[in-house]
Ligand binder design. Sequence first.
Ligand code: MTE
Ligand code: MOS
Length: 769
Amino acid sequence: MSVGKSVARKDALEKVRGTEKFVADLRLPGMLYAKMVMSSSAHAQINLKGISDRKLRKNTLILTAADIPGKNILPLVFSDMPFLPVAEVNFHGQPIALIAAEDKNTLIDAVRAYKVEYMPLPAVLSIEDALKKDAPRVYGTDNIFKSYRIVKGNAHEAFKQAPRIAEDTYRTPYQEHAYLETQGMLAVPDSDGSMTVYGSMQCPFYVRDAVASILGLPLSKVRIIQAATGGGFGGKEDIPSLMAAYASLLSWKSGRPVQLVLSREEDLIFSSKRHPSITHYRTAYDEQGRIKAVIVKYYLNAGAYATLSPVVLWRGTVHAAGPYRIDNVLVETYAVATNLVPCGAYRGFGTPQILFAHESQLDEIAHSLGRDPLEIRRINLISEGDTTATNQKLTESVGARETLEKALKSSGYKQKIFEFKNNPGKEEWRKGIGLSTVFYGVGLGAGGKHLDRSGAFVQLNADGSAEVAAGNTEMGQGYKTVIAQIAASELGISYERVRILDVDSSRVPDSGPTVASRATFMSGNAVIVACRELKTRLLPALSEKFSTSVSAPDVLWKNDKVIQIATGREIELQELAKFALYEKKTGLSTVGWYVAPNTTFDNENGQGDAYFTYSYATNIAEVAVNLRTGEIKVERITACHEIGKAINPQQVEGQIQGGTLQGAGYATCEEILHDNGLMKTTGFSTYIIPTVLDAPEIVPLIAEKPYSQGPYGGKGFGELPLMGVAPAITNAVRNATGVKFCQIPLTPERVFQQLKDANQAILKTAKKN
Ligand code: MTE
Ligand code: MOS
């Protein structure tokens, strides 16, 4: 059985050889190149002047909102964002007009020559400003797109009685996805008036909705085919809908294929990012370190349109109190409108932000009691039978403690705490160690339950090979590989005999978005449903071959054979399939359909079974801090993840390696700067992400507590590796320096300033004689 084995990735060879075709590699006869004219103001009334040069005008196709035949609204959660603005721009980089040309030079000249007159309006540029009484209105009457509440027990009462209280305000920055491949789409008009779009995306069915909306077409006339996708990380959940709509509109008007691929600068300015956040976190606890209550206020800077913010906010809300047993919880959360780029999904959907606040506060509690931060986790962590903040009783597959104990042992935490204290480091360098334990709801949960279903087409061929087309997408996370492993294991055939097809919206059922770490669980289960149906269909043929009535429990599907358990009698699957197809005329292709286990959430008090299951992780970070420069070296991170079952352990380790490094970048160096609402960080020369040279030693560990509803017990965990890294690092820096950090990234400037404020910095070199 290939499940549980580290088989080679399905897409490995094409990727390492460079033969895989990404959108930018595609060329079609008559194809036009396209670009967007982007707003250079954060908030203004606009007057479109266009291009005065006649030759340029003649050689280009220029479209604005007035040219949209369908609806000028991006269909997504609130549907508040126009594809193209009519009279007003609301953020720097907002696309205003679309231009297509036969060659790239003409195109670039035309974009430069296109004139827009801006009449500036007051812009709202921060959460604090947006919430002021007299703030200019970006959305509604209060600049709040959405808010949620969790009320469990009576937090205010518990605070009155608690012997101790911790309180702090935590801030987190933007984070850019920095996928290797920028956003790109290729729209191709068909002669029957329908539109086909190839592109880099996570959510083909969202893209289909958007193209149908802008062109005013029925869904059946829009076909979306995912091209190879060079990373998404959540950034290709919403933006591809806009990109495909733009390419399709130009293609519709010109009758030609149109390719729209962003430069890195355009991508950085226009595409969604992780929301900056502010969290006021208060914890009531007793002398033993037991948490009695938390009161949390959480604010996300959502940008100019709601896009995915309600979903991101909901997930942050549900995870606000971490994987801990807390009887009294009051959480209030807000997605705040500003004149900045609309933020969206990024690995974790609002969870890394709030977990940073909570895991930092747990260390604050430990320090105030003079206890090891580890003990605070041990005392409060949830186990089977406990309830979460939303009062969900967790009954199975709760691995929080396992991850903690396994990571502690492997990292040598206890010795190191002792060692670093007694032997803090060489000269100005101080060593420290810190940890975090976090959880993560798998799938869309109650907040997106209408989308939580998935379909998979499986076809068994006469030679015993199989094709699978499931409705989720590969974006580097190893989806094709694990889905092939599940299909192979279910049909009892070798992994090499399974081919996974790219998603084509006209050939697979709408399976919702490929987000929320749901693909292995949802598509995996849909594939299992389909394979079981095929095996049932083969039983009459099998009975005839074995000359006895055979039912499902009587046989094993294994090693490309079907084996009768009682007698050991076997038949090659190939022989059976051929016999069934040609003699019995059995249909050997089918679509499996899987609906996620039920989830609930009441909007009044935020109580319910928010997610059907959770995965868990502990990160232990070891750092060295330079007291003279504020520089931090993250030396090692031990990351243990409890994920139900590792379908492919090597891919799991790969996810841990990549996600942990993204988390380290978030904690230490990634930052986007603005000047008056205009984004200044527009390239990788100033947006600093860690390279291999900055990478700490990452020690990936896997814990398994199978989940009864998961494919082979698996739960899904693609986002989890990033989730708890930042607080583990800041807690380690605190351990090294004794100074607490409530704001990331820990750039040398910020660290030095705070060390200085706390009299911990080394200001001058003592002169040696
Ligand atoms: N890994 C790679 N290599 N590339 C990606 O784009 N996206 C992450 C994670 N791991 C991503 C990745 C995000 S944001 C999600 S939601 C999950 O993969 C989605 O995949 P899954 O559902 O198969 O876990
Ligand atoms: Mo991932 S942020 O759910 O695409």
